[in-house]
Design a protein around this ligand. Sequence first.
Ligand code: ATP
Ligand code: ATP
Ligand code: MG
Ligand code: MG
Ligand code: MG
Ligand code: MG
Ligand code: MG
Length: 269
Amino acid sequence: FSNMAKSKFEYVRNFETDDTCLRNCYIVVRLDGRNFHKFAEQHTFTKPNDNRALGLMTRSARSVMEELEDIVIAYGQSDEFSFVFKRTSTWFKRRASKLMTHVASQFSSSYVFYWKEFFGEQPLLYPPGFDGRVVLYPSNHNLRDYLSWRQADCHINNLYNTVFWTLVQKGGLTTAQAEDRLKGTLAADKNEILFSEFDINYNTEPALHRKGTTLIWEKRDETVIKRKKLPSGEEKDVAATRSRRRVQAHHCDIIGEQFWEEHPDVLED
Ligand code: ATP
Ligand code: ATP
Ligand code: MG
Ligand code: MG
Ligand code: MG
Ligand code: MG
Ligand code: MG
């Protein structure tokens, strides 16, 4: 029966559409929290930046990198994270839907699984969701511009949110008044408000908030002590170094050259 079922029904497989990602391109999967404006309110996130939430996002992204194959770099800020698969990846035959859904589900389940490590006894009130999309970038230049775009977005939003919430929390303005005050202001104006009215130098605000989080693989030499038996029969402790790959977080500028010069292995030629 099973053979007959196969021949009779298997044609439905041909209804599947081909979503193979173009060869030689970087495959970027970006996730974004669904309705996190509300999620943040309901879980009393600190305004403008809740470090528990940022930590949980990064922990979940780390789990994605550790559990899935071929991700060379990830960048996150607010409720979003972007994952970059290496150009030569053949994981899941480069099928976009497979890559994207594995990233999204690994991330979502990790977000719930590690919730307690960051929020302690504060309960998770409902299961959060994340949307995903796939974008292909054919050159290192395009990929770097993509990552720069996300980091620039982080900067613009964080500068705005920092001034906005300072006006509310320290300046005693209502949210409507703060919004009004910031209408039409440029970056320089916002820096000036922080500095002259609140004695805050934006550049010394936490790098995690200003720059977001970049995750890359780093090789570390680890020294392990091994007990070895010598031919004579006596035992001796011997130090051995081995290199280990681990995910390392950075909160630095990735728009300029320095980061890429310091980590030349991240992008292929
Ligand atoms: P959508 O479903 O369309 O993505 P959204 O409500 O998630 O809607 P976003 O533009 O993704 O809208 O914005 C995410 C919002 O989540 C932010 O504006 C902010 O209010 C909140 N948020 C996310 N992370 C944090 C955090 N670490 N600290 C404080 N607020 C946060
Ligand atoms: P892949 O990652 O490629 O999907 P897989 O191991 O998940 O690999 P599937 O073809 O999806 O392979 O098969 C799922 C397998 O999970 C089944 O063959 C069976 O062994 C096991 N499984 C799933 N649900 C149950 C269940 N309710 N009871 C017992 N076994 C189950
Ligand atoms: Mg969102
Ligand atoms: Mg977002
Ligand atoms: Mg199955
Ligand atoms: Mg399966
Ligand atoms: Mg971040």
